[in-house]
Ligand binder design. Structure first.
Ligand SMILES: [Zn+2]
Length: 357
């Protein structure tokens, strides 16, 4: 398997983690912006901790432990992530076991975007027995914000009295959204965002086409792009839906409510759709204030035309509503309705600005 290692912009942090190996805190919380490689760093460090013949602060990539980990089959390693984020296995045989695949295959209930108490309990059972291979036991918890209330409480008990040899490697995009009680039981490490040139180099190494435009659109978060490419369809905005939503955004006040409603597919991925709206809104504001477009440089002309008519307070109000919608996007009662409302809010904001002129 590959020897996972820190990304170029994480080297200083990596050296710090490697230096901690012998006196490791039982919970390390890596935090920083989305898509900058926190989970990669946690995974690499987890591999190092479990590797049976590491050298020069790197896992060997060849020992039994490294091979088991690569096969996602290491007896001393557990993921604690939302079911929706479980690393892909053979499609129909995830080991969650809670929902039997429907006979037709496609009509399964959507997997949870939250980390649930049953998952935390399973980790508790895992930590309750001794290490299979005689070394540490590693739990990769990502993202911490996805723990629902009961799950967070159950985890807290584990963090208070961690079993010997257990290490939680946790990841959070938004440290302010993590419960203070959890935060205070972890050692916090801030993961830096990559400088653009390093992000571009890394993207090109991954074979990503059109790296510069994609990086701009992803707000400088290179791992978000690769994650999107490999994401399974339930968490991804499919290209046709994305295009339809962007077309409505680009028409601004010229689009009708029917256009907006018609652009939203029934099983739309709420998080990515709202994120698309947010970036469009931020671009409109930035263009209006500073003639700068960050996320959609390819649509600069359209954005410039729309921005001239924008009433910034109205748009800011819409963006604030989007932030709220994003916060509950993990469990919307009705995904389609949530996205429709967000898009109608945009038309409303653009419309009223038209009136104001
Ligand atoms: Zn190894």
């Amino acid at each position: 398997m590959e020897r996972l290692t820190a990304l170029t912009w994480q080297r200083a942090l990596w050296d710090q983690l490697v230096g901690w190996q012998e006196r490791l805190p039982h919970a390390v919380l890596l935090h920083g912006g989305r898509g900058i490689g926190k989970r990669h760093l946690a995974m690499a460090f987890g591999q190092l901790l479990l590797c049976e013949s590491p050298g020069a602060g790197r896992p060997c990539g060849e020992c039994a432990s490294c091979r088991l980990l690569a096969a996602d089959n290491h007896p001393d390693f557990r993921w604690l992530v939302p079911a929706a984020d479980m690393p892909a296995r053979d499609e129909e045989e995830g080991d969650e076991g809670d929902e039997a695949p429907a006979s037709g295959g496609r009509s399964r209930k959507a997997p949870s975007r939250e980390i649930l108490i049953d998952q935390v309990r399973k980790v508790g059972e895992f930590l309750g027995v001794s290490s299979h291979r005689g070394g540490r036991r590693v739990v990769l918890l990502a993202p911490v914000e996805a723990l629902n209330g009961p799950a967070a409480n159950a985890l807290l008990k584990m963090l208070e009295e961690p079993p010997a040899g257990a290490v939680f490697l946790a990841v959070a995009d938004d440290i302010d959204a993590v419960l203070p009680t959890i935060r205070s039981r972890c050692v916090l490490l801030r993961v830096p965002a990559p400088p653009p040139e390093e992000a571009l180099r890394w993207l090109r190494e991954q074979g990503v086409d059109d790296a510069e435009a994609r990086l701009a659109e992803a707000g400088g978060a290179p791992l978000a792009i690769v994650a999107e490419e490999t994401a399974d369809e339930r968490s991804r905005l499919d290209p046709a839906a994305r295009e339809a939503l962007l077309a409505v955004l680009a028409r601004g006040a010229g689009a009708s409510a029917a256009d907006a409603v018609g652009a939203v597919p029934r099983d739309v991925a709420v998080g990515p759709a709202i994120r698309l709206f947010q970036r469009w809104g931020w671009d409109l504001l930035a263009e209006r204030m500073a003639q700068r477009v960050r996320y959609h440089p390819g649509q600069k002309r359209t954005l410039a035309t729309l921005a001239r008519a924008v009433d910034p307070p109205r748009l800011a109000h819409w963006l604030a509503a989007l932030a709220e919608a994003q916060a509950v996007s993990e469990h919307p009662l009705n995904p389609r309705l949530a996205v429709e409302q967000a898009l109608l809010g945009y038309l409303d904001a653009m419309q009223s600005t038209g009136d104001a002129r």
